[in-house]
Design a protein around this ligand. Structure first.
Ligand code: UTP
Length: 461
């Protein structure tokens, strides 16, 4: 920790002394708050960041050698692969039975598009039950615990902006039947917002305008919070990573976990077949022998539209942001307590204090936010594994209130999946009737039949 004069010197050298503009008006609490925020910033890094990514738009250099990444297909292509998948399912089940798998949810985002007052994970997504996204995942973990006889630890990343509300939500719901010991909440880092002139904005006289530093902040936050140490103590070395807004994420998937392990992968991913060349999913690509995700907006149109001889899109593997990390990989990347994944720029409307200390609510984007993305860890992995997943079974993102990737579409996907599960157990729903099942009802027809025998009343909608 720096003394005040030392910090002032570093901040001045970084060209950001305006952050002290109202210092003389602050009381002791205000000064302590601002100092706490200023101590967290790597000031030596700021001038280069501002020059490269704020005052000018960063050049998006797309590698010239992009090829589609190789992935394991949803259905095994031949008997040898069929055999590999069977081995993988067995290995995956062993991983769950021996307690080596932990779940990791990233829930530090601001959920601005959803416009919901509260952490996104507390959103009542259940179409009939109103169960929250967090409850949905908790029941998925309880189901797996019942099936494999081992508790699954759950790591939940929040940010300073929603940490308290998230923890309180779990506590007020009795942790949804999980134990407090198996839950670990940790906060990600924050990043200041910059004016387009490169100056850090103030949100109040005693506070910078701060935002979570992107899901790429997960890896360092795992290290700094002590989560990695706890994982090591508990023997968790296979980390199932998913986003809080996708209740259908395959958190407990023996095939995925087993292939990750058998392939010796450091970072694995689920891919989905894109619905069209410009679907808004990152593209799995190969460059220089490493896997990269190229954002949909960055993939040149001629590549996005190019097709194989059989007419399929060449770059058809899209990313739903579902991963498995090996703990050793995260330990390696963060060994010296630092990790800087590339920054991505977003132009946003950020309220701020002007020089006169008046609050300004901009009508147009006035600020640059910088975020790092978890998928930029892919090219750092010595070995990766990509498995094609089933979109209907695994992907229902809740980004917006209505329309594409919305609460509405997510609820429809949940009900459609539950109807398929019921049909597999021999229960056909009359037209116009939908039934929501708890994740506790299980995945297979046998599990569902056993669940229904014990829980004859399910919620109809
Ligand atoms: P999104 O990019 O969809 O962002 O995050 P968001 O914050 O949920 O929503 P908008 O863009 O403001 O509308 C994808 C996932 O990554 C997490 C989110 O919580 C979500 O699970 N995330 C995002 C973080 O954990 N931290 C971040 O800094 C950003």
């Amino acid at each position: 920790m720096n003394t005040l004069p030392e910090l002032q010197r570093r901040i001045e050298a970084a060209g950001q002394s305006q952050v002290f503009r109202f210092w003389n008006e602050l009381d002791a609490d205000g000064r302590a708050k601002l100092l706490g925020q200023l101590q967290e910033i790597d000031w030596e890094q700021i001038p280069a960041l501002v020059a490269a990514g704020v005052v000018q738009r960063p050049d998006n250099v797309i590698p010239a050698d992009l090829e589609p990444a190789v992935f394991f297909p949803r259905q095994p292509a031949d008997p040898a692969q069929q055999e590999r998948y069977s081995q993988a399912v067995k290995r995956g089940e062993e991983l769950f039975r021996s307690g080596r798998v932990a779940a990791l949810t990233v829930a530090g985002g601001q959920g601005t598009r959803l416009g919901f007052d509260g952490p996104k994970g507390t959103y009542p997504i259940g179409p009939a039950s109103g169960r929250s996204l967090f409850q949905y995942f908790a029941e998925t973990l309880l189901y797996a615990e019942r099936k494999y006889g081992r508790r699954i630890n759950w790591y939940i990343m929040t940010s300073q902006l929603n940490h308290r509300a998230t923890v309180d939500f779990f506590a007020s719901h009795n942790f949804f039947g999980l134990t407090e010991e198996q839950l670990f909440f940790f906060s990600q880092g924050m990043m200041p917002a910059f004016g387009t002139d490169g100056r850090i904005l103030l949100d109040a006289k005693d506070s910078l305008a701060l935002a979570p530093n992107g899901h790429g902040g997960t890896l360092l936050a795992l290290r700094r919070s002590g989560a990695l140490d706890k994982m090591a103590r508990d023997g968790n070395d296979v980390i199932s990573y998913f986003q809080v807004d996708n209740p259908l994420a395959p958190v407990v998937c023996p095939l995925f976990a087993g292939l990750h392990d058998l392939e010796g992968s450091e970072l694995s991913a689920i891919s989905l077949t894109k619905t069209g060349p410009f679907e808004k999913l990152g593209n799995f690509c190969l460059s220089g022998g490493r896997v990269h995700i190229i954002e949909y907006s960055d993939l040149p149109a001629e590549l996005a539209e190019s097709r194989d001889a059989d007419g399929q899109l060449r770059f058809r593997a899209g990313s739903p942001a579902i991963h498995i990390f090996s703990r050793a990989f995260i330990e390696r990347l963060t060994a010296d307590g630092r990790l800087q994944l590339p920054w991505h720029r977003a132009d946003k409307k950020v309220p701020y204090l002007n020089e006169a200390g008046e609050r300004v609510e901009p009508a147009e984007p006035n600020a640059v936010k910088l975020e790092s993305f978890i998928f930029d860890a892919l090219p750092l992995a010595a070995r990766t594994m990509i498995l094609e997943g089933d979109r209907d079974e695994m992907f229902a993102p809740t980004k917006n209130k209505t329309g594409v990737d919305s609460v509405e579409s997510c609820r429809q996907s949940i009900l459609a999946r539950d109807a398929r599960r019921l049909a597999a157990a021999g229960i056909t729903l009359p037209p116009g009737v939908a039934v929501e099942l708890s994740p506790l009802a299980g995945d297979t027809a046998g599990e569902l039949a056993a669940y229904l025998a014990e829980h004859p009343v399910v919620t109809a909608w």
